[in-house]
Write a protein that binds this ligand. Structure first.
Ligand code: NAP
Ligand code: 12T
Length: 340
């Protein structure tokens, strides 16, 4: 449990990455009560410094004693590092908010979206998991609908930005676009196919059931967060040549009937949601406008005319903000609020 203090010693593990960078910026922008910030990355980053407020902070490598004196550690250095280091950090008395997939489905680890299930923070044992980016924005939009009309089934297709895969994928899209404009050969290192001007129905690795791991994360994490295993859900996750901002086409079947107007009204008062829905004026959520913002934008709300009680939604959010860094910092803020 976090002890009440005026200010906390905070660590970011994976500080030089796409999510880590955003975590540092988010801590600063939200004025998190940081006493001291410690930054960790691999040996590759030795000697690097990163800015926080008006300080330049040296990036360190991890060792068994790294977490001594740290109150809260935000992890974004990949599942393998989380497997090894999160338990070591927790044993040092530090509360870990982990962004990787390593601990999400562990029954001992709460999986939390602060707007949806903050109560689950009460039973943490030192590690708290941040859900997958695609799951977070979908569930932020689904929760108020579930409360109002009980969701029976969800069919979701995602359109995911390359920044979800990290710095190397951002560079890969940039370099492929540049190469193609110069009639040069493209290089493929991160994705198995060209991502520039293409669409790949493949995120994370394939599993034996023919789905990808990303698709099954959406199914299993949603049930855990909503605490409802009766919800049926099926996903297709797709990579698109967008730098920042995941988009999702979400089809929902509910027990109770909700009209499109009722759904918009419910969503317009939901925490973290902005309804952006005026198709007659070409107004609907777009990743280029969601990038850099905190909210989850919902538009194209319409009834699914093929079933009794169905809705279609278009849900867009910044995968590095609400999908990762912001959700993690909001968890830390809740922990501070709850600290005794
Ligand atoms: P990234 O840009 O590739 O950054 C990876 C970070 O991990 C870098 O800071 C890297 O340091 C560090 N790292 C690698 N090996 C390390 C080691 N042995 N010890 C310490 N640090 C090490 O990746 P990213 O996109 O930021 O993603 C990082 C993690 O966040 C992944 O687990 C990913 O699954 C997760 N993630 C979660 C969500 C979400 O849905 N909540 C969204 C995106 C990503 P160097 O710069 O020194 O190599
Ligand atoms: N492979 O946090 O490639 O489990 O976009 C998030 C994003 C894993 C995760 C991606 C991934 C995660 C991606």
């Amino acid at each position: 449990m976090l002890k009440k203090k005026d200010k906390y010693v905070v660590a970011v593990v994976g500080a030089t990455g796409a999510v880590g960078n955003e975590m540092i910026a988010t801590l600063e922008q939200r004025n998190f009560p940081v006493e001291k910030l410690r930054l960790f990355a691999s040996e590759r980053s030795e000697g690097k410094h990163l800015d926080f407020r008006d300080e330049s902070i040296k990036v360190e490598t991890l060792n068994e004693d790294s977490f001594k004196g740290i109150d809260i550690a935000l992890f974004s250095a990949g599942a393998e590092r989380s497997r090894t280091w999160a338990p070591i950090a927790a044993r040092s008395g530090c509360v870990v908010v982990d962004n990787s997939s390593q601990w999400r489905m562990d029954p001992e680890v709460p999986l939390v979206i602060p707007e949806v299930n903050p109560q689950d923070l009460k039973w943490h044992k030192g590690i708290i998991a941040n859900p997958n980016c695609s799951t977070i924005q979908m569930v932020v939009a689904l929760k108020p609908i579930h409360d109002a009309a009980k969701i029976k089934r969800v069919v979701v297709t995602t359109f995911q930005a390359v920044s979800g895969t990290g710095q190397k994928a951002i560079q890969e899209l940039e370099q492929q676009v540049r190469a193609l404009y110069n009639f040069k050969e493209i290089e493929k290192k991160v994705y198995p196919h060209q991502i520039a001007f293409n669409v790949l129905p493949h995120i994370d690795k394939f599993l034996e059931n023919g789905y990808t791991k990303e698709e099954m994360k959406m199914v299993n994490e949603t049930r855990k967060i909503l605490g409802d295993d009766s919800i049926r859900l099926t996903a297709t996750t797709v990579r698109v040549p967008v730098f920042r901002g995941h988009s999702e086409s979400v089809n929902v079947e509910t027990e109770k009937k909700l009209s499109a107007d009722e759904c918009r009204a419910i969503l317009s008062t939901a925490p973290g949601v902005v309804v952006y829905d005026a198709p007659e004026k070409n107004i609907y959520p777009l990743p280029i406008y969601a990038a850099g913002k905190d909210e989850t934008f919902v538009g194209r709300v319409r009834e699914d005319e093929s079933i009794e009680n169905g809705l279609n939604l278009w849900v867009v959010s910044d995968n590095l903000r609400k999908g990762a860094a912001l959700n993690a910092v909001q968890i830390a803020e809740k922990l501070v609020e709850m600290a005794g």
